[in-house]
Design a protein around this ligand. Sequence first.
Ligand SMILES: *Cc1c(COP(=O)(O)O)cnc(C)c1O
Length: 377
Amino acid sequence: MRDATRIIRSTLTPVATGEPIHHGPVFAAPFHTPGDPEEGAYTYARDHNPTWTAVESALAGMESGDGYTAKALVYGSGMAAISAVFSAVLEPGDVAVLPSDCYFGARALMQDIFIPLGVEMRLAPTAGDAQAALLEGAKLLWLESPSNPTMDVCDIAALSKVAHEAGALVGVDNTTATPLGQSPLALGADFSVSSDTKMIGGHGDLLAGHVAVREGATDASGMNLYDRLAKVRTRSGAILGPMEAWLLLRSIASLPLRLERSCENALALAEFLGTRGEVSAVMYPGLPSALGHAVARRQMRSFGPVLSFVLKDQAKADDFLSRAQLITDATSFGAIHTTAERRKRWGHDNIPDGLIRLSAGCEAIEDLVDDIAQALA
Ligand SMILES: *Cc1c(COP(=O)(O)O)cnc(C)c1O
């Protein structure tokens, strides 16, 4: 079956006469649990919830591939998912190799929480697979491709291979690509992580995150990765509420359609921006001129909804955003509405003042192009 069909069908309930065809949110803290708890039965909603089960099953379906079945766990945000992987893997004295250009929150989490606990962080850029040179003695290799916000690409399969040879586990922040656009587990990574706040939630109205692993996968000591992540979630209490879990599930059925349109629009906008004299650089892995295009074409099924481009300076970028009528000036990405922001305003990344990160929504491309043309002029 094709991906779109499988995913759209994956959010329906099993056939049972008279029952709703969709899952609803199950609001519960305790479940009826008389006497000794029964194996597999729902007991308390920090451990499990039927709405998680439904959404995790749909996410696992997206993360599964040829020759392996994935299992997924949902968390209260993308950062909670990243934090779960770091907590599951890293102990004092361990080394983690992160991209110097990844989502700043992952680096800040290391800086503020894990380094004070005795973990060492090594940083190298995503482009050119530069992280490969830092793997000696590492416990975790953390990748993000395309990276955020400069849209650089690394070779996930090649890096996973050298990391495993060095004895490290590999986690990929797959938020920008989505599991439909790129399959980190199939490429050899151990953890596929996503902020579902973005494209999978898709409407800018909820925070959520997930981690997927191959069923039965263990680390070198035999620790089951899924069980470990589940324990981290139950112990830390970083859970997703049932209402958000249900909204996420509802969004998944339209993901194939939204992603297809957003990716088409992103490529068309990247091509259009490349023709404009006001724009000094366009960063999008789908452009044949992009540095990482060959690798991206090999490892991605679609190039994602996000692109960045550079205007002369802060004034030009601010001016562009205030003149655009169809681009909501807001952070985050992956919603059905087109959004953009001048990314340097946060001060997190070493990028040009005039860099705009744009998330292509599902509006008619002709309207977006007309609007961008008038806002640039
Ligand atoms: C937004 C984002 C995160 C963090 O996700 P939250 O849901 O905001 O916690 C992590 N990684 C990437 C690439 C992101 O864009």
